[in-house]
Write a protein of this length. Structure first.
Length: 199
């Protein structure tokens, strides 16, 4: 429910739901589950622009995940590992970087690179989303060469999945490639995005 509230741009409601979940599970929660809940808390803080609270909750997530053992988690939380934490953290930093690129874009790129290194192309949808996010980070940092390189990789990764979310995210990358002063490599990247989204 908290995740749905975040997608509906209702971060305060999401935060209240996460706190309710944290209180509900209490000490019975495994370390991995606590880590995941802290990332949802951090997501809400990021959506509210509360960067200090975001970093605190993210630190708590990393600390909890470091304590996670094997065999103590419910099966549905098994996906949440260091790669997922890096990807989620990078995504939330990117959210904040759209408002304050100088403060957050480089940190977002670092976290997303870590997720990409840990997951690899075999992660499919997550790999594609991470690559799109990294391309956006480079646009926000003003690094057009890096942005073009990662946009090309993002389109290649997106072509390997049928995920609607991947296509939506790729569509949100498109406006960065538009402009009167766009260089030839940026224009070519724009064409790649347009061609994939039109298929």
């Amino acid at each position: 429910m908290a995740r749905q509230m975040l997608y509906r741009d209702r971060p305060q409601d999401a935060l209240e739901l996460v706190h309710l979940a944290q209180k509900g599970v209490g000490k019975a929660a495994s370390a991995r589950l606590r880590a995941m809940l802290h990332t949802r808390e951090a997501w809400a803080y990021a959506a509210m622009g509360r960067s200090a609270a975001f970093r605190r909750a993210t630190g708590e997530a990393a600390g909890a995940l470091a304590d996670a053992g094997t065999g103590e988690d419910p099966h549905w939380i098994g996906y949440f590992d260091e790669a997922e934490l890096s990807g989620v953290t990078g995504g939330r930093l990117l959210d904040m970087a759209r408002q304050e690129p100088r403060q957050h874009a480089e940190s977002a790129a670092d976290s997303i690179r870590e997720a990409l290194a840990r997951r690899g192309p075999e992660a499919g949808r997550s790999h594609a989303l991470d690559t799109i996010g990294l391309a956006e980070c480079h646009f926000l940092m003003g690094d057009m060469s890096g942005a073009v390189t990662h946009t090309r990789r993002a389109v290649e990764a997106a072509a390997l999945t049928q995920s609607n979310r991947v296509r939506t995210q790729l569509g949100q990358l498109y406006p960065y490639t538009v402009g009167r002063g766009a260089s030839r490599p940026v224009a070519e990247a724009r064409t790649m995005i347009r061609d994939l989204l039109s298929t």
